[in-house]
Design a protein around this ligand. Structure first.
Ligand code: HEC
Length: 154
């Protein structure tokens, strides 16, 4: 009974909340690096996004950042590349990749989440089932910069 309910939720999550498919953003490591940040234990985002992350923008997304984040153009893709962070010999080092989070701008396809599709992929490149509406609910905090929190560091 309980198991059935859980399976039902998962099916709903995959079908409705995952916003349909989006391919793994191959080659994003060759895009423009926007910024980096370490989220440590005790930070409110630690459970979901603890570790060291780097943010990358494709050319359309870079144009959006450089225009002052008023509106990112159609086709913008932003990748949140999350790695383990390890302390070693008084240095902070990159560990294994934990996941990547992806935002894709396509207003006709994603009208309910501010024109952005939200996706995540595991270290093996396979899509993770996520609740795009929950992603967007927090990104509402950046509503006046087209739902993008990070700023480009020249
Ligand atoms: C509780 C708040 C919160 C939730 C939930 C959240 N994010 Fe974010 N996200 C942030 C913050 C804050 C940043 C900025 C991090 C930085 O400046 O380095 C960010 C940055 C990003 C970025 C880079 C673009 C930007 O806005 O700076 C992507 C891509 C991203 N998140 C994807 C996702 C995805 C996909 C999900 C859902 C699986 C998600 N986020 C859920 C708070 C959140």
């Amino acid at each position: 009974m309980r198991r059935k309910a859980v399976l039902g939720l998962l099916a709903l999550g995959l079908g409705v909340l995952a916003q349909g498919g989006f391919p793994y953003p191959e080659g994003f490591r060759f895009w423009t690096h926007v910024k980096s940040m370490e989220i440590k234990r005790g930070h409110p985002l630690y459970e979901a996004f603890g570790g060291l992350h780097h943010i990358y923008a494709n050319p359309q997304a870079l144009a959006g950042y450089l225009s002052g984040k008023k509106a990112f153009p159609q086709g913008s893709v932003i990748v949140f590349d999350l790695l383990e962070a390890k302390e070693e010999g008084n240095a902070l080092l990159e560990g294994q990749r934990k996941l990547i989070g992806v935002m894709v701008k396509d207003p006709a396809r994603y009208p309910e989440t501010g024109g952005w599709g939200y996706y995540a992929f595991g270290p093996d490149g396979k899509p993770l089932a996520i609740d795009a509406k929950a992603c967007h609910a927090c990104h509402q905090g950046a509503a006046n910069t087209d739902f993008v929190f990070s700023a480009f560091r020249p």
